[in-house]
Design a protein around this ligand. Structure first.
Ligand SMILES: Cc1cc2nc3c(=O)[nH]c(=O)nc-3n(C[C@H](O)[C@H](O)[C@H](O)COP(=O)(O)OP(=O)(O)OC[C@H]3O[C@@H](n4cnc5c(N)ncnc54)[C@H](O)[C@@H]3O)c2cc1C
Length: 370
């Protein structure tokens, strides 16, 4: 059996690792366009318990990650200079590069052949081609797939900073040009992720469409001066983008299958992109565990197991992204507590009863405030 995995992100590396461990005799190679130490962005965040699923399939990875992660038991909303803490809503985070490099180490030890600096423009001959090549997937562009993309209108940019934030925080700030929100959290003892988002009108009014990287960082540092404590924002190929909501009706075509961001995107506000990439990898490996080298049977089993879960989460993530598309109006209408409550119920899946069980202290504040 010869498997070519395109893309050495979380999805591709974990699938290659699990499949090679399960079938040491199979020939599994991973082709990655970038060098092994390159990555976009800074840290990635996982919601509470999100890594538990790794414990069974990759206990060494689970132990390594949990030991290195920054974790907090709550989330914070800052609006009009007031901070509202939401208990029971824990998160943990790690540097994306650290995560990727540890996966590379495990793959090397298992005998996966990894080729870096090798961009594939088309699937190579193999018994199975795994398209783990992210949002701009080449594999997804081959015949048989039916992707749909809806572009959100908000603009966002992914920075880092040396400011240490105590928990996953959403900070809302209004300035002369309009409303901004920052999603920020610490992912190592001395670094934090700092994603800045605004609507397209504000972005143009602020002149951000004409600014270079340094000017754009300077502008955001001024908007969030009260939060950054004098620390600068740091770039890592950081450019303003719009988020694509990508979904796919067809998951596999012939011997080609999509996993991770190549298959669908989940808005970063629900902190699940990497987790889902991992879960896809685990499900695909398990499908081969049952079907052996019968590729069509394994791909059918993979889709049968994963599709319902993915579709449910995709709709929650989309509801969350639409909430952000209208955040300036919500900021103007609601005080800090009202905004925090609106945020917590944004996906439409969180009833007051569930929220009372999950975040009793927060709901006591909401009750007093209403
Ligand atoms: C602003 C922002 C913030 C985010 N924050 C979080 C977060 O906090 N938590 C979280 O879990 N997720 C987050 N995500 C999402 C997360 O980064 C992705 O969901 C996750 O990386 C998906 O993993 P993947 O392996 O499918 O794809 P990727 O990580 O994108 O990996 C794909 C790999 O394929 C390679 N590749 C692409 N094309 C080719 C080719 N033709 N040939 C060879 N190699 C190729 C790429 O170089 C890349 O290494 C965020 C995303 C964004 C944009």
């Amino acid at each position: 059996m010869r498997i070519c995995v395109i893309g050495a992100g979380p999805a591709g590396l974990l699938f290659a690792l699990l499949a090679k461990r399960r079938f040491p005799g199979w020939d599994i190679e991973v082709a990655e366009q970038n060098p092994p130490d390159a990555t976009f962005g800074f840290g990635v965040v996982f919601s509470q318990g999100a890594l538990a699923f790794l414990e069974r399939d990759a206990p060494d990875l689970h132990a390594e990650l949990t030991a290195r992660m920054q974790a907090w038991p709550m989330q914070r909303i800052v609006h009009r200079d007031e901070a509202i803490d939401i208990d029971g809503n824990g998160f943990s985070a790690i540097a994306r590069l650290q995560l990727i490099q540890f996966l590379q180490e495990l793959c090397r030890a298992a005998g996966v052949e990894m080729q870096f600096g090798r961009r594939l423009e088309a699937p190579p001959p193999a018994d199975l081609v795994v398209g783990a090549d992210g949002l701009n997937s080449v594999v997804r562009g081959t015949p048989g797939f039916a992707p749909r993309i809806e572009w959100l209108s908000n603009k966002f940019v992914w920075y880092g900073t040396r400011q240490r934030f105590e928990c996953l925080t959403l900070t809302f700030r209004e300035c002369a040009h309009g409303a901004f929100v920052a999603h920020h959290y610490r992912y190592s003892p001395d670094m934090s992720t700092f994603i800045v988002e605004c609507d397209a009108t504000t972005w143009r009014r602020a002149g951000l469409d004409r600014m270079d990287d340094a000017a754009s960082r300077g502008y955001c540092e001024r908007v969030f001066a009260a939060d950054l404590g004098g620390h600068a924002l740091v770039s890592n190929n950081s450019t303003w983008r719009q988020f694509p909501l990508l979904s796919n009706d067809v998951w596999s075509a012939g011997n080609r299958v999509l996993i991770g961001d190549a298959l669908r995107s989940m808005h970063f506000s629900i902190g699940s992109g990497t987790r889902l990439a991992f879960e896809d990898a685990i499900a695909l490996d398990r499908a081969f565990g049952e079907a052996g080298a019968d590729v069509p049977a394994a791909l059918a089993a993979f889709e049968r197991e994963r599709r319902p879960v993915v579709e449910k989460l995709f709709s929650a993530a989309s509801a969350s992204s639409y909430w952000y598309e209208a955040f300036p109006a919500r900021m103007r209408r609601l005080d800090a507590l009202g905004l925090a409550y609106d945020y917590m119920t944004r996906s439409g899946r969180m009833s007051d009863e569930r929220l009372r069980a999950l975040a009793p202290d927060f709901m006591t504040k909401v009750k007093k405030g209403s």
